[in-house]
Write a protein that binds this ligand. Structure first.
Ligand code: KIV
Length: 264
């Protein structure tokens, strides 16, 4: 596999080749995922839950994401590395620039931020300064207290139309990629068709341009709540490399996620 860049991901969308992404937090797993052929590695603020044992992502700091980004960078050869911007690290231009710079300097190829129209000018500013951005719409976990829990988003017509508009706006502002989390499959497809940049789904059906899972969910080692959209690939294969390989295969064939792991 050659080095994955934003142009590679765009070409994959155009040629209808699905993108397989996983979260990663250290060099060893980054290296394993990269060697099996995962296209995108995300240092997610999910680390607040799966590494630190918290019940949300809100306590994660920029410094912690930078630390794990440096580790993932050390293990990744070809995969594109995306670092999540944690809660309240992009609330104004100065903070955003400083924090995004820290993540890029730690080895990220792109930063990810959660939100819609309020991010347009921030994204313009970042891309103007050479920092590619991945958007994130739907269930944006940093807003869990606004949503009143981890709930599927965009089920009512007005919210669905608003999400489509925000996806178009994020693309127009310069975003290179868009994560769609916990949204009905039909809405994820409508967004995927409405924009030229690739969409990566998690709990968003199988018609997005790619899929992402939290690695602990894919290995079946998350404690407590296991999301409906997740799949335990270790149970199916009994081996980490085979698990990742089967995940990539099922993402690319469209077999993952099936109806039982999607929302209406
Ligand atoms: O933090 C994270 O791991 C994420 C993915 C679930 C997309 O944002």
């Amino acid at each position: 596999m050659a080095k994955i860049t934003t142009s590679t991901l765009l070409k994959m969308k155009q040629s209808e080749e699905k993108i397989a992404a996983l979260t990663a937090y250290d060099a060893s797993f980054a290296s394993l995922f990269d060697s099996v052929g995962v296209h995108v590695l995300l240092i997610g603020d999910s680390l607040g839950m799966v590494l630190q044992g918290g019940d949300s992502t809100l306590s994660v700091t920029n410094e912690q994401i930078a630390y794990h980004t440096k580790s993932v960078r050390a293990g990744a050869t070809n995969a594109l590395v995306i670092a999540d911007m944690p809660f309240m690290t992009y609330y104004n231009e100065t903070e955003t620039m400083r924090n995004a710079h820290e993540l890029m300097a730690a080895g990220a190829n792109m930063v990810k931020m959660e939100g819609g129209d309020w991010l347009y000018s921030t994204i313009k500013q970042l891309t103007k300064n050479g920092i590619p951005v991945c958007g994130h719409l739907g269930l944006t976990p940093q807003s869990v207290n606004v949503f009143g829990g981890f709930k599927v988003q965009g089920r009512d017509n007005q919210k669905a139309l608003e999400m489509i508009e925000h996806a178009k706006g994020l693309e127009a502002a310069g975003a290179s990629l868009l994560v769609l989390e916990c949204v009905p499959s039909d809405l994820a497809k409508a967004i995927t068709d409405a924009i030229a940049i690739p969409t990566i789904g998690i709990g968003a059906g199988n018609q997005t341009d790619g899929q992402i899972l939290v690695m602990h969910d894919m290995f079946g080692i998350s404690s407590g709540y296991i999301p409906k959209f997740s799949k335990n690939y270790i149970e199916l294969t009994g081996d980490m490399r085979k698990a990742v390989s089967l995940y990539i295969e099922e993402v690319q064939s469209g077999d993952f996620p099936d109806e039982s792991r999607s929302f209406n």
